[in-house]
Ligand binder design. Structure first.
Ligand SMILES: Nc1ncnc2c1ncn2[C@@H]1O[C@H](COP(=O)(O)OP(=O)(O)OP(=O)(O)O)[C@@H](O)[C@H]1O
Length: 349
């Protein structure tokens, strides 16, 4: 679609104000989302939020001319547009300082949630030493196809595309690779996969903050990072190290997501904070980064994800799916906002 001319700002000020309030964004930013094409005024939302379109529609309908606005979603390129990696608009690292906090589970469920929000989403499993994405997507027995023995078609599952070392080599082989070999394998996975046009590519990083993670954070042209943590002190200390690592290589930390925040009894509704309370708030305040959500410790998350099934697709209205959806929308908005103050690229070799 070619947009000929922007609507005069004074004509649409009430609409701009409504949308700005709806998303909690500055009016100046929102103003640029409105475009006039002939007689049609459209609103181009630059981040994934399809589940909010109807509520926004209802809010606009209350205003003069609001019912004529066409709402569209066109996810913006994150950071420097030059960083869009071969049609991938946003590369996002999902990291944790500590192992076992649910980083891969979170990656898969956020990817599914972003998909439901109308985005084209892929996952790159960079956890070379413990790739769990193939199991979590339920296609561990498959292998990427290649027609030229060099480039690979990504695997598909639940509307996502993915690639992982786990599809390519037996787990024991990759587990003994030294740093440079692991790093080279990851570059190949990124560069030699025939990724389709994607709005978001989520990169499941290996746990920890050693040399390997630092090198990866530098080599992959990510627009930002999400740090997953559990609320207890021992995990927070490691999450802090992960944030420091991204700061060191100038990758913006988009936020913290607290996983296993509490367990809610299915019988009586009582919430138990098994791993302490308030850890996510504490680390986000300390680092002045947003806390993007709390995901409960819940048997359904483990049962569905570990069995390669998509809870979010099968039970989209469940409170857990809603918690992931809310976190995914917050992440998409944060990524967009971070792109407004873009950082310089470190391009992959
Ligand atoms: N919110 C949750 N509720 C219940 N179980 C969860 C939750 N998050 C993760 N799990 C379970 O915890 C286990 C570890 O999760 P996962 O593999 O995602 O962790 P990880 O941080 O990626 O681990 P690693 O550091 O080894 O890569 C899995 O069995 C997963 O199903």
């Amino acid at each position: 679609m070619f947009f000929k001319k922007r609507q005069d700002a004074t004509d649409i000020s009430a609409l701009v104000e409504c949308v700005a309030n709806f998303f909690g964004m500055p009016q100046q930013t929102v103003n640029g989302w409105f475009m006039q094409d002939g007689g049609q005024l459209s609103l181009n939302l630059p981040f994934a939020c399809a589940s909010r379109h109807q509520a926004l529609r209802d809010a606009l309908n209350n205003l003069d001319g609001g019912d004529k606005v066409q709402i569209r979603q066109n996810v913006a390129f994150g950071g420097d547009a030059k960083r869009g990696h071969r049609g991938i608009r946003n590369l996002l690292a999902v990291a944790s300082g500590k192992g076992g906090v649910g980083k891969s589970t979170t990656t898969v469920n956020l990817a599914l949630a972003l998909r439901r929000e109308g985005a084209r989403v892929g996952i790159l499993d960079a956890d070379i030493y413990g790739p769990s994405i193939p199991l979590m997507l339920g296609n561990a027995d498959m292998q990427p196809q290649s027609s030229d023995n060099r480039h690979m078609q990504p695997l598909q599952a639940h509307g996502l595309v993915a690639n992982s070392i786990g599809y390519l080599v037996p787990a024991d082989d990759a587990a003994v690779w030294r740093g440079p070999m692991a790093s080279k394998a990851l570059q190949q996975l990124l560069n030699e996969t025939l990724w389709p046009q994607l709005d978001y590519l989520l990169i499941d990083m290996p746990p920890g903050t050693g040399d390997i993670q630092l090198t990866l954070a530098q080599q992959i042209p990510v627009c930002g990072a999400l740090v997953v943590t559990t609320p207890q002190n021992i995990a927070l200390a490691d999450a802090q190290k992960a944030i420091a690592m991204f700061n060191k290589v100038n990758v913006p930390v988009l936020g913290v997501l607290e996983n296993m925040s509490y367990h809610q009894c299915e019988q009586c509704g009582h919430k138990e904070f098994l791993f302490a309370q308030g850890g996510g708030e504490q680390i986000s305040q300390q680092n002045a980064v947003p806390l993007l959500g709390h995901i409960p410790l819940d048997i359904h998350i483990r049962e569905y994800t570990d069995a390669g099934k998509a809870l979010i697709v099968e039970k989209p209205d469940s409170p857990i799916s809603q918690a992931y959806a809310q976190a995914a929308r917050a992440l998409a908005m944060q990524l967009y906002q971070s792109g407004l103050n873009c950082v310089q690229a470190i391009d992959i070799g």
